[in-house]
Ligand binder design. Structure first.
Ligand code: PEP
Ligand code: MN
Length: 259
């Protein structure tokens, strides 16, 4: 039975660039996120992509991360391996005052053993929230399976949240969405697991007009928040340039959803 009655209107906001690109970009984003009291800022050091290219700054840039944490930012970072989770936790947790660290397992990371191992590392500190994105293909059982695997890895339910980023389009797609949302499945998963679930309008929409549309549609369902890509200079973004909002666009879109 689902007891949570939160909606996007009063819940978690994860925002920031698709990928961390440079010290300057990370610090400029952190200032914008700080002004708006964003709950978690995306700072992805590893950037899994459809084709090889810029794959993220990697571990060597972890020192910038601690600077941002010292500014009071709660980081949200995709981790692909247990060693990523450990490296980030070792650097961030000692400087994290009253905040939280969000680590997430991305859609493309569908090795169940690795999912369990990441959860095991994340479970070592209660200040770490683990977020699980759905897999790329539409399969409710698989999505439930990922959740069961991370729970088997030892993460506690109060440190676990989900994210719906849509499924690979298959057929009718009049808006030319990057990934098709399945709101009904998302709500079923939320009911069955009793876990909070955020919606990702950026990786579903794939373009600015679609992000606006996806945000409107998602607001009709009982999501517990959003994860949205916002860049200080989207035109020159190294990844996902077409779908990153400016902070001004973010303000317009989310002013009605903020606390
Ligand atoms: C992301 O959030 O940056 C990302 C790579 O998304 P996904 O795992 O949903 O493809
Ligand atoms: Mn992206």
């Amino acid at each position: 039975m689902n007891k949570r009655k939160k909606t996007i209107k009063n819940s978690i906001i994860i925002a920031g660039p698709c990928a961390a690109e440079s010290k300057e970009q990370i610090l400029a984003s952190a200032k914008e996120a700080q002004k708006r009291k964003i709950d978690f800022m995306r700072i992805c050091l590893w950037k899994p992509r459809t084709k090889p290219g810029f794959d993220g700054l990697g571990k060597s840039e972890i020192p910038f991360l601690t600077e941002v944490v010292k500014m009071g930012i709660n980081p949200a970072i995709e981790v692909l391996l247990p060693s990523h989770a450990k490296a980030v936790m070792d650097a961030v947790l000692p400087v994290l005052k009253n905040g939280k660290l969000l680590l997430w397992i991305g859609s493309r990371n569908q090795n169940h053993l690795i999912q369990q191992q990441i959860a095991k590392v994340a479970s070592k500190d209660k200040r770490v929230v683990l977020m699980v994105k759905n897999q790329p293909w539409a399969d409710e059982k698989h999505w439930e399976g990922i959740i069961e695997h991370v729970l088997a890895g030892g993460i506690s339910r109060d440190c676990l949240i989900l994210c719906h980023r849509g499924f690979i389009p298959n057929g009718h797609n009049p808006l030319k969405l990057r990934n098709m949302p399945d709101y009904e499945m998302s709500m079923r998963i939320k009911m069955k697991t009793d876990l909070p679930i955020v919606f990702d309008p950026s990786h579903t929409g794939g373009s600015i007009p679609n992000i606006l549309e996806m945000t409107k549609q998602a607001a009709k369902h009982d999501f517990d928040g959003v994860m949205v890509e916002v860049h200080v200079n989207p035109q020159n973004a190294l990844t996902d340039a077409k779908q990153q909002l400016t902070w001004e666009q973010f303000d317009k879109l989310f002013k009605t959803y903020r606390r």
